[in-house]
Design a binder for this molecule. Sequence first.
Ligand code: C5J
Length: 221
Amino acid sequence: MAKIVAKPFDYAFAKEKTALVVIDMQRDFVEPGGFGASLGNDVSLLTAIVPTVKRLLDGCRAGGVLVVHTRECHKPDLSDCPPAKRNRGNPSLRIGDPGPMGRILIAGEPGAGIVPDLAPLPGEVVLDKPGKGAFYATPLQEILAKHGITHLLFAGVTTEVCVQTTMREANDRGYECLLVEDATESYFPAFKAAALDMIRAQGAIVGWTAPTASVIAALET
Ligand code: C5J
């Protein structure tokens, strides 16, 4: 077993039973000129983690860890987008409307794509998910079971929404979960800090956290 120096205590894992799940590193959330920016969010916080996520991805690829990418997006006919999600808050721009990078959060549109520096490699798992959590209405659990995965490393955006939701879903399904601290980000630094604290509180009630350098060091042993 390899060991990551983590909080609240070391995280033991076997590489062949571990997957990296990179959540929603999509152009519309991360890039200037996208949907997130058009809502007034400071996307520079999210853009800044791209090189770190790339380092993590490369370390996991070199270590033989299964890589899963997710994209939050919907079918062009919006049949998988509940009105409650589309209309909440009466927003000026809704899912499916024309946005700065194509129709907002619609599969196949430029904004729904993963940022080029983190593009999935051939053979890696890429899942489109209509919810915040990556287990809802996707085959993620079956794919992980097929590969014998018991341990999940998490990266991506945003920490307190899709990342935390997916991590909680995974924890309830019995996976040992670790969030990579500097490979996740929020538009709201206080929300990120609170999410990290909540995850590792009470003896890792949801899971562990550790920086990329600790993960890579463990993968290299
Ligand atoms: C994600 C969102 N990916 N914040 N979506 O966290 O709406």
